[in-house]
Design a protein around this ligand. Structure first.
Ligand SMILES: NC(=O)c1ccc[n+]([C@@H]2O[C@H](COP(=O)([O-])OP(=O)(O)OC[C@H]3O[C@@H](n4cnc5c(N)ncnc54)[C@H](O)[C@@H]3O)[C@@H](O)[C@H]2O)c1
Length: 415
């Protein structure tokens, strides 16, 4: 495990504790032991704290900290590496792990450029391992049903839509304070919706262009490189020439006492229907004097991850945020143990073919994130309102600034 922050605590930790207790079983790959054997982080403090607190719930693990931590972790004999470092620090540990022949799972957004994605994709191919990304929103039951309706033709031909995800100030001001300079909330969370749209409504269309803007002045200076909120638009073109456009709004400066803590809403409009969803309003509303909002959310989402006492009195932490990581370990186990050794390559290709999480299917998402980062960087340097065109005559990702004749080629190859 590389990175022991918020997301480790929410999803990886409960999964590793469950796997330590129960292992993993499926008829095709049999019983497989999965243990957290080593962690790498910046300072090692959270690892030490976890070691003390987790006594008995997890096997003893090695903890590496500092500049060479990832190398040491890889060399200590792990089989799989999970990466949950800040979003601009995914590439290097992923590259190191894949070059050493380890299966890799990366938190979203996978990497920040197609050049980096190409390198990881090629390394995974050369070394015969899986490189996958955590997009847990695809496992949200509501999103699974949306896709089911699309695949079965109930909802036909999406034309446009909006998505919004607003995080509290506590995220930008405290949780991410160490690495927030120069970052934006779009790369961090819009990628959830970029993937949801790309995966759910594709693949019979092509990503055509990306625009974006944003606001500054709360997390950093009004003319600096750190963004409070962003508004991204991506446009796809269907094979018959019709277009579809999606707006994704994100923020990490919503008041901390906002009832749901994280606000998430989507609407998609089809030729024959409309789908609207509000994540906070799935049904539960709770107030506890002096404790909500804060310790308890007023409109909690118990589907993502929540701790329960099961009806049979066992304590558990479950939800789709954890399911998606568990599923990755099943995919690795299937490749390694799901049949005869001489058919491993076939199983590997089968798992690579899963477009919901494989690096080979992340091209449109990474292209959109790369475009967003470039548009915001130009904006911060005094050149707002740039547009990025996809797969045009000059290259795969081409940025055009108003009033400038010369385009900037961000990525030459085909997206
Ligand atoms: N799946 C989700 O919905 C979801 C939710 C939150 C975060 N995330 C993703 O998880 C990643 C981490 O987010 P977080 O909220 O846990 O962040 P965080 O700031 O809470 O934790 C980051 C961790 O990375 C470690 N780290 C930083 N630089 C490192 C380096 N160079 N080498 C090794 N370790 C290093 C830190 O020590 C810390 O343990 C981000 O990519 C984020 O987008 C995903």
């Amino acid at each position: 495990m590389v990175g022991l922050g918020m997301i480790f605590d929410d999803t990886y930790r409960p999964l590793f504790e469950k796997l330590h207790k129960d292992g993993m079983y499926r008829r095709d790959f049999g019983f497989v032991d999965v243990e957290l054997t080593a962690v790498a982080s910046r300072t090692g403090k959270r690892a030490e704290k976890y070691k003390k607190e987790s006594h008995g719930r997890i096997a003893d693990f090695k903890s590496f900290a500092g500049g060479d931590a990832v190398r040491q972790l890889i060399d200590c004999g792990v089989d799989v590496v999970c990466i949950a470092t800040p979003d601009d620090r995914h590439f290097e540990p992923a590259r190191l792990a894949l070059s050493s022949g380890k299966h890799v799972l990366i938190e979203k957004p996978s990497v920040l450029s197609l050049q980096q994605l190409d390198e990881l994709t090629e390394l995974a191919r050369q070394k015969g391992v899986l490189a996958k990304i955590v997009y847990h929103k695809l496992l949200d039951p509501d999103h699974k049903k949306l896709r089911t309706h699309v695949v079965e033709g109930v909802l036909q031909h999406v034309n446009n839509g909006y998505c919004t995800l607003l995080e509290p100030k506590q995220i930008s001001g405290e949780q991410f304070a160490e690495w927030i300079t120069g970052r934006n909330p779009g790369t961090y969370v819009a990628c959830h919706y970029i993937k949801l749209i790309d995966y759910t409504f594709g693949p019979n269309w092509k990503l055509s262009r990306i625009t974006a803007t944003g606001q500054r002045g709360i997390v950093g200076k009004a003319d600096g490189p750190t963004w409070d909120s962003t508004q991204l638009q991506m446009v796809y073109t269907y094979d018959d020439g019709r277009e579809a456009a999606f707006d994704i709004h994100t923020s990490w400066v919503t008041p901390n006492n906002f009832p749901g803590y994280v606000e998430q809403e989507v609407q998609f409009r089809f030729d024959n229907g409309v789908w609207s969803a509000q994540q906070r309003k799935r049904g539960v509303e709770m107030t506890v004097e002096g404790r909500s909002p804060g310790e308890f959310k007023i409109t909690p989402n118990h589907h993502y991850n929540a701790s329960f006492i099961e009806p049979w009195n066992e304590r558990s932490t479950r939800g789709y945020g954890i399911e998606t990581i568990a599923r990755f370990f099943e995919e690795v186990a299937y490749v390694e143990f799901g049949g005869p050794a001489d058919e491993r390559e076939k199983r590997l290709e089968e798992m690579r073919g899963l477009a919901y999480n494989d690096v080979t299917s992340d091209r449109n998402c990474v292209a959109t994130v790369q475009a967003l980062e470039a548009i915001l960087a130009h904006h911060a340097k005094g050149q707002p309102a740039c547009v990025v065109e996809v797969n045009g005559e000059e290259g795969g990702l081409v940025l055009r600034a108003p009033g400038k004749a010369e385009p900037v080629v961000l990525y030459e190859g085909k997206v």
